[in-house]
Design a protein around this ligand. Structure first.
Ligand SMILES: Cc1ncc(C[n+]2csc(CCOP(=O)(O)OP(=O)(O)O)c2C)c(N)n1
Ligand SMILES: [Mg+2]
Length: 865
C-alpha cells in the first residue's frame, strides 16, 4: 500500500511537472483526464460525478441581464401567489376540499419567468407539462389574464355544477384548457420525453413543419423523481438528442412526508444521473445575493461549507431563519463565519436560492435554448412553502390548506401586497385594473409570445379512407386458415398504403414485431431512427431486412411498454397538440398492456387520446405453453375501467375489419374522444363469409346473432375464439335434440355499457331499451363463454332473460396445450354443451354427455392451487 507523501507519489508528481513543462498545460490536461477515465473504469476513484460541486452551472460572469421589467414582474408574481393561496383557502374554509399551497409558492418564479419570456403560445405552441398540484398558481395567472373568472376560482374543486375548476390538470374535465394530465407522479416526465421524441419523428417524416425552437417543458417535483417512470426514459432523450425538451425540476428538498434526501443532496444525485445519461445539466442553486459572498470567499471556506451540508440541514435553515443559519451553516468554518459578520440575521435569512431568483432562472432557460443536440434539465433550488411564515419548509407544509392570521400577515408582508389586514377574513383576490401598467405588461408579454397558455384546441379531423377495399376483402370466406393477428397485419399493411390516410397511420411495437408476423413492414415502411442507419444490417440480403431510416414510419420502441405507450399517447393526442391527427396502432403482448401500464392508459383516457391498442397473443388458453405470466384472462376487465376506452374481442376477420373501420370513423371523422382496444389471437382457423344481413352497428354494439335456429332451446353467447367452440358445441347438442342459437359477442363491455346507460335513462323517465336488452329479451336458457374471467360475461346478467351461466378462465394461467387448457378452465365445446343441457333441465342427458365426452368435473376451485 502506498502511503501518503511516500517516494512513489513524489515520482508521480515529478512526472506530472515534467509533462507540463515539456508538453504544455493543454497536453498535460488531456493526458491526465484520459488517465483518470482509466482509473475510474478500474474502480480506483471515488465516482467523479458524485462529487459534482454544489454550485451554479452558470457563473455570474456568464449571465446576461434580465430582459424584463423587474418590478412589474415582481408585482404580477406576487399577485398570482396571493390568488393561488386564496383559491385554496376558500375551498377549505367550509368545505375541506383540499388543494396545495406550498408547492406553487416554491415554483412561482420558475413558472413566471417561463410565462413572461419563454413559453411560446398560439399555433404550434410550446407544450408545457405543469406539475399537477401547482394548478392553483396556473389558474391564478389565467384569472389575472382574464380567461378564468372569479366565480371559477371560488369553485376550485367544485365541478359538479359546471362552473368549477378541476383539482389538477385534466383535459377530460377542462378540454379547452389543460393539455396534459400530470398529477399521477412520474407520468408527466415519461410522457414529455416521448412527446419530444414524437415531435422529432413527425418532423423527420415531413408531416410537421415546426417552427424552430418549439419546446416541450416538463415541470415536476424533486420527490416525483423517485418514480421509476420519471427517469426511466432519460437515456432515450439523450440518445435521440432531444434538444426540444426541457425538464425543470423544482428541488424544494421536500415531498409529502418530509425531506426527499435528508442525508445527502437531491440536486447532486440528479445532476450525477442526468449528466451521466448525456443531458445538459444546469444547476440553478444560489441566487444573486450569494454571488457577493462567493466573490469574497478567497479561502474557499464558503464553498467547502456548501459542499459539506446535506439537504436535511438546508431545509432546516429555511425553517429556522437567519440566526440559526449563521450558527449552523456559516459556523461550520471560521472563515465562512467571517464572511457574514457584517450581515444582520435578517440579511442572512434573505440570501435567496436560485429557483427564486428570476435572473438565475432566466439564464438557466436561456442556456437550454442555446444547447443543441441535447435535452436540458434545470435543477432549481427552492424553498417549499416559500414566504408562508412559520409554515415555510416545515415537514408538514405539503398538506397545509388552512393558515393562521399570522401566517397570512407574514405572507402579505413578505410579498408586499396591497391588502388591508383588517379585511383578511374576506379572502379577497387581487386584480389589476385594465389600465394598469401591470395588466398591460402581463398581456403584452403573452401577446409577444403568441398567446395564452395553457390552451387546448382540438382540430376537427376528417380522415376518411381513400378506398373501402381495405376492409371489404375480409367479407368473403378466407382461403386459408389464419389468426386474427395475421388478419390485422394484412389490414394495417393495406391501410398504410391508403392514398388519403396512409401517412397518418403509425404502427408501434415494443420489440415483438416478429412475434406478430409484422417483420414484413420493416423493409416496406422502415423503422424510425433519428440517425438513420449507420451500419450495414446483418440481414441486408434478406427480403425482410431490419431497415432503420430517418423517415421510417414504424416505431420500434424496444422492450419498453411504458415508453411505447407514451409514444402512442403523443400520437393519439396529436390532433389536439399538433393540429395533426394521427392514427396510431400500438400492438403488444396483451398481458403486458393494461396490467403493466394501466395508469398511462388512464391518463390517455383523460387526455382524450384517439387511437388503437391491439392486445395480441391474447386469451388465457390460446397462448399455449407460456404459462401464468403470459396468459391474459382479464385485459378486457381492465379495459372496462377506462370510461372512454371501447374494447372488443373479435373472432372473425370481418368483425375485426368492421371494428377498425368504424373506429376510424368514430374517432377521426365524427371526432369522438374514444380509443379502441382489440384483442388479437394467434390461433389459425378459417374465417367464414360475413353473414348477409349483418350490420356494422351490431358488431359495434357488442353482439349479433351468428347462427339462428327456427326453434331454439338455448342461447350460446361466445366471445373471441370461443365462438369456434360454441359452434362445435351446438353440433354436439343436436345429437341430444337441442337447438342452439349462437351469438357472436364482440364486446361484453359495450353491451354492459349500453345497458347501464339505458337503465339510467329509465330512472329519469326516458323510455329506452338497451341493445343488450333487445338482443336477449326472449326468455331462454343462456350459456356465455369467453377466454376471460367469468366476470367479463357476468356484466350483462341483468339484461339476459332466463337462466344464465357464465363460463370463463378464473385463476392463474398455466402452461400446457390449448386443448388441455380449455378443458382445465372449462370453456371448451364439451363444457359449453354440458352446461347448456343442465340449464335446459336435461339432467339425464347431461349425465350421458359427461360419460360420452369423458368430462372431468372434479377440478379444484380456480382460486386455490
Ligand atoms: C403516483 C402518485 N403517488 C402519490 C401521489 C400523491 N402526492 C401528491 S404530491 C406528493 C408529494 C410531491 O412531492 P414533490 O414531487 O417533491 O413535489 P413538491 O410538492 O415538493 O413540489 C405526493 C406523494 C401522486 N399524486 N401520484
Ligand atoms: Mg419537492
Amino acid at each position: 500500500m502506498i502511503k501518503k507523501n511516500s517516494e512513489e507519489i513524489n515520482d508521480w508528481v515529478d512526472a506530472l511537472e515534467n509533462l507540463v513543462l515539456f508538453n504544455g498545460k493543454d497536453d498535460a490536461s488531456e493526458l491526465i483526464q484520459n488517465f483518470f477515465k482509466y482509473a475510474e473504469n478500474k474502480g480506483l476513484l471515488e465516482s467523479g460525478f458524485a462529487n459534482l460541486p454544489f454550485e451554479n452551472s452558470i457563473s455570474q460572469y456568464e449571465e446576461v441581464d434580465y430582459p424584463g421589467d423587474w418590478n412589474l414582474e415582481e408585482t404580477i408574481r406576487h399577485f398570482i401567489r396571493w390568488n393561488a393561496l386564496i383559491t385554496v383557502l376558500k375551498a377549505n374554509k367550509e368545505l375541506d376540499l383540499g388543494g396545495h399551497i406550498s408547492t406553487y409558492s416554491s415554483a412561482a418564479t420558475l413558472y413566471e419567468v417561463g410565462f413572461n419570456h419563454f413559453f411560446k403560445g398560439g399555433d404550434l405552441s410550446d407544450m408545457v407539462y405543469f406539475q399537477g398540484h401547482s394548478s392553483p398558481g396556473i389558474y391564478a395567472r389565467s384569472f389575472l389574464e382574464g380567461s378564468i373568472s372569479e366565480q371559477q376560482l371560488d369553485n376550485f374543486r367544485q365541478e359538479i355544477d359546471g362552473v368549477g375548476l378541476s383539482s389538477y390538470p385534466h383535459p377530460w374535465l377542462m378540454p379547452e384548457y389543460w393539455q396534459f394530465p400530470t398529477v399521477s407522479m412520474g407520468l408527466g416526465p415519461i410522457m414529455a420525453i416521448y412527446q419530444a421524441h414524437i415531435m422529432k419523428y413527425l418532423e423527420q417524416r415531413g408531416l410537421l413543419q415546426n417552427q424552430d425552437k418549439r419546446k416541450i417543458w416538463m415541470f415536476c417535483g424533486d420527490g416525483e423523481m423517485d418514480e421509476p417512470e420519471s427517469m426511466g426514459a432519460i437515456s432515450l432523450a439523450a440518445r435521440e438528442k432531444l434538444d426540444n425538451l426541457i425538464f425543470v425540476i423544482n428541488c424544494n428538498l421536500q415531498r409529502l412526508d418530509g425531506p426527499v434526501r435528508g442525508n445527502s443532496r437531491i440536486i447532486t444525485e440528479l445532476g450525477t444521473i442526468f449528466s451521466a445519461a448525456g443531458w445538459n445539466v444546469v444547476n440553478t442553486i444560489w441566487g444573486r445575493k450569494w454571488d457577493e459572498l462567493l466573490a469574497k470567499d478567497s479561502t474557499g471556506a464558503l464553498k467547502w461549507v456548501m459542499n459539506n451540508t446535506v439537504d436535511g440541514e438546508y431545509q432546516n435553515f429555511k425553517a429556522k431563519g437567519g440566526a440559526y443559519t449563521r450558527k449552523h451553516f456559516f459556523g461550520k468554518h471560521p472563515e465562512a463565519l467571517k464572511l457574514v459578520e457584517d450581515m444582520t440575521d435578517h440579511e442572512i435569512e434573505s440570501l435567496n436560492r436560485g429557483g427564486h431568483d428570476p435572473l438565475k432562472v432566466f439564464n438557466a432557460y436561456k442556456s437550454a435554448y442555446e444547447c443543441n443536440d441535447k435535452p436540458t434539465v434545470i435543477l432549481a433550488f427552492t424553498v417549499k412553502g416559500y414566504g408562508i411564515g412559520s409554515r415555510q419548509a416545515d415537514n408538514t407544509t405539503h398538506q397545509v390548506k388552512k393558515l393562521t392570521e399570522d401566517n397570512l400577515k407574514d405572507f402579505i408582508k413578505n410579498f408586499n401586497l396591497p391588502i388591508d389586514t383588517k379585511k383578511l377574513n374576506k379572502l379577497d383576490y387581487l386584480k389589476f385594473n385594465k389600465n394598469s401598467k401591470e395588466y398591460k405588461y402581463l398581456i403584452n408579454q403573452r401577446k409577444k409570445l403568441g398567446g395564452f397558455l395553457p390552451r387546448r384546441e382540438a382540430l376537427k379531423s376528417n380522415l376518411k379512407v381513400g378506398t373501402e377495399s381495405h376492409f371489404e376483402e375480409f367479407n368473403i370466406q378466407s382461403k386459408r386458415e389464419m389468426s386474427t393477428t395475421m388478419v390485422f397485419v394484412r389490414l394495417i399493411t393495406s391501410l398504410l398504403r391508403d392514398k388519403k390516410i396512409g401517412k397518418n397511420i403509425v404502427p408501434i411495437v415494443p420489440d415483438e414485431a416478429r412475434t406478430f408476423g409484422m417483420d414484413g413492414l420493416f423493409r416496406q415502411f422502415g423503422i424510425y431512427s433519428r440517425e438513420g442507419q449507420k451500419y450495414q444490417p446483418e440481414d441486408a440480403d434478406k427480403v425482410m431486412w431490419y431497415r432503420e431510416s430517418e423517415d421510417g414510419v414504424m416505431l420500434e420502441e424496444g422492450i419498453n411498454e411504458a415508453g411505447a405507450f407514451s409514444a402512442w399517447i403523443a400520437l393519439a393526442t396529436s390532433y389536439a397538440n399538433n393540429s395533426l391527427p394521427m392514427i396510431p396502432f400500438y400492438i403488444y403482448y396483451s398481458m403486458f398492456g393494461f396490467q403493466r401500464v394501466h395508469d398511462l392508459a388512464w391518463a390517455a383516457g383523460d387526455a382524450r387520446a384517439r387511437g388503437f391498442l391491439l392486445g395480441a397473443t391474447s386469451g388465457r388458453t390460446t397462448l399455449n405453453g407460456e404459462g401464468l405470466q403470459h396468459q391474459d384472462g382479464h385485459s378486457h376487465l381492465l379495459a372496462q375501467t377506462i370510461p372512454n376506452c371501447k374494447s372488443y374481442d373479435p373472432c372473425f376477420d370481418y368483425e375485426l375489419a368492421a371494428i377498425i373501420k368504424n373506429g376510424i370513423d368514430d374517432m377521426y371523422v365524427q371526432n369522438n374522444d374514444n380509443y379502441y382496444y382489440l384483442t388479437l389471437m394467434n390461433e389459425n382457423y378459417i374465417h367464414p363469409e360475413r353473414p348477409k344481413n349483418l350490420k356494422d352497428s351490431e358488431i359495434m354494439q357488442g353482439a349479433y346473432l351468428f347462427r339462428k335456429q327456427n326453434k331454439a332451446d338455448v342461447r350460446l353467447l361466445a366471445s373471441g375464439l370461443t365462438l369456434c367452440f360454441a359452434i362445435e358445441a351446438s353440433k354436439k347438442l343436436l345429437d341430444f335434440g337441442i337447438n342452439a342459437n349462437i351469438w357472436s359477442i364482440t364486446s361484453f363491455n359495450e353491451l354492459a355499457r349500453g345497458g347501464i346507460i339505458a337503465d339510467q335513462n329509465k330512472m329519469i323517465g326516458i323510455d329506452s331499451k338497451s341493445y343488450v336488452e333487445s338482443c336477449f329479451e326472449t326468455e331462454m336458457p343462456t350459456v356465455a363463454v369467453s377466454e376471460y374471467q367469468k366476470l367479463y360475461a357476468e356484466q350483462i346478467r341483468k339484461w339476459v332473460n332466463g337462466n344464465y351461466t357464465c363460463l370463463g378462465t378464473d385463476g392463474f394461467g398455466r402452461s400446457d396445450t390449448r386443448e388441455k387448457l380449455r378443458e382445465f378452465f372449462e370453456i371448451d365445446s364439451n363444457h359449453i354443451a354440458y352446461n347448456a343441457l343442465l340449464l335446459c333441465g336435461l339432467n339425464k342427458e347431461a349425465k350421458k354427455f359427461k360419460t360420452k365426452y369423458k368430462l372431468k368435473l372434479n377440478k379444484k376451485n380456480p382460486y386455490v392451487r
